[in-house]
Design a protein around this ligand. Sequence first.
Ligand SMILES: Cc1cc2nc3c(=O)[nH]c(=O)nc-3n(C[C@H](O)[C@H](O)[C@H](O)COP(=O)(O)O)c2cc1C
Length: 316
Amino acid sequence: MLETKLGSLRLANPVLSASGTYGSGWEGRTFSDLSRVGGLVSKTVTLRPRHGNPPPRIWETASGMLNSIGLENKGVEWFLADTLPKMRTLGPKLIINIGGETLAEFVQLAELFCSAGIDALEVNLSCPNVQEGKLLFSTDPRMTERTVAAVKRVANVPVFAKLSPNVTDITPIARAAEQGGADGITAINTLIGMAVDWRKQKPVLSRGIGGLSGPAIKPVALRMVHEVAKCVRIPIIGVGGARTAEDVLEFLCAGASAVEIGTASFVDPAVFVGIVDDLERLLTEVGSSVGAMSRSMLRNLPQPPPMHGRQAELPR
Ligand SMILES: Cc1cc2nc3c(=O)[nH]c(=O)nc-3n(C[C@H](O)[C@H](O)[C@H](O)COP(=O)(O)O)c2cc1C
């Protein structure tokens, strides 16, 4: 009833952790039985260690939070030696999120992780490309397609392209990821925002701006998941503001096949297992399944009316 598929990756249920919000999962192992979660997504791993941005880099907002962590992590060497073996003991499928400053770095990371043995890769395309004036990979369809294609060439596991919502239209980027061979799309990363300290008359966060996450962004994420679902055939992992099983069901209806939970785990680190239980209860109540709910709004879309008369003769 809860099973779902992301390309060739089978998950026992559609509930995943979101990158960067739950560490590697290891830190949360005492709060609940993580083997009952569909999958764990790692924080973005980069080739070299990164210190991240100076504090303050987290700020609570009215219905969410702003962060500008700056991809702090100890680098791939540390992750492979220390973190991955710990993650393997937790039980769920492991999706490793990678971030590069160049296309070559993405490829190198993908090669390293694929030879280490993981279940899937999530490519964080909200990284600045240092060879292209620090333009984010996912703001440009060409860079998105090339990066996904390059990672796919070396990957022996499904590759999910994680997209930024900070674009005018996400659909050409999603299509580019599909064109590049992505096995799925993760939507969305955080929305750029700002908090202001009026007494100091300056921004609260050290970098001035940060990424907004949490309940505030759920309607935006649902809209983008739906838009992407209408333009690609590959599965979608929805993310943005989900906290409850009902939120997960909304994402499934809008077009997702699985849902990542991020900011909600700051409030309740055992949130994932509660959602899995509630999902089972709600679906039993209505006699449905994750498979039947997933993309259901797309199946219900009104068909275009039949064309009559002169209109029907217009060249297509
Ligand atoms: C503190 C924090 C750190 C994050 N770090 C990453 C990261 O390293 N890589 C990434 O792809 N997304 C990262 N994200 C984005 C989340 O994975 C997710 O896309 C976003 O927070 C929206 O989901 P949510 O509202 O459920 O948190 C981070 C989000 C937060 C709040």
